[in-house]
Design a protein around this ligand. Sequence first.
Ligand code: AP5
Length: 193
Amino acid sequence: MFNLILFGPPGSGKGTQSERLISRYGLKHLSTGDILRSEIANQTKLGMEAKTLMDRGELVPDEVVIGMIRSALDNNPEAKGFLFDGFPRTKAQSVALDTLLSEKGEGINVVLALEVTEEELIKRLLNRGLTSGRTDDVNESVIRARIAEYHKKTSSVADHYREFDKVVGVKGEGTVDEIFDALCEEIEKRKVA
Ligand code: AP5
């Protein structure tokens, strides 16, 4: 199994690159943001509770997203590996993920961290907000709140995996193809290692 965390702030290109990486490497894509948006679209109780927090740019409680990932792992026993996108987002989520994977005799192979300047993140998200319908993209103050939440709570995830020497920074600016090639290069190194 090859398990990869695609890490980075909101708008760094995790979703864009995930689509390509799962197709190249046959991994199962687990995006907690996508799962939450599907709960919202289906107007479930969980979705409605999450929406209030997401619209403010705040994180959903750890136990909610950890439960979602636990189910996804259990429901995909045949997967060749997982690409985690937008998860883990707190130290507690990282520890929980490590435990869930180790119960299956697995672990995280690498954390690829996309590096993008704050001005570029804001530009990308405001631009997407013009057409995407994502309520957390339309307003610059919510975008800034998401980035602040990332610095406050999510950067500790990289610190956690740095302790195990698993984090590799990748420049997240340039064309989508250039960034994809750089990510693949890092994956290939780890796959043969
Ligand atoms: P989530 O859905 O995870 O969103 P996010 O992290 O804010 O990330 P985005 O989807 O906005 O950006 P991305 O990095 O995927 O970039 P993308 O490829 O889309 O989370 C949303 C919310 O859900 C959170 O705020 C939280 O409330 C909740 N949540 C989710 N997971 C959670 C968890 N684990 N714990 C607690 N709460 C959780 O690209 C962005 C834009 O840039 C696109 O328009 C794209 O076309 C463009 N773009 C991409 N690459 C390039 C490039 N190279 N050059 C120019 N433009 C580019």
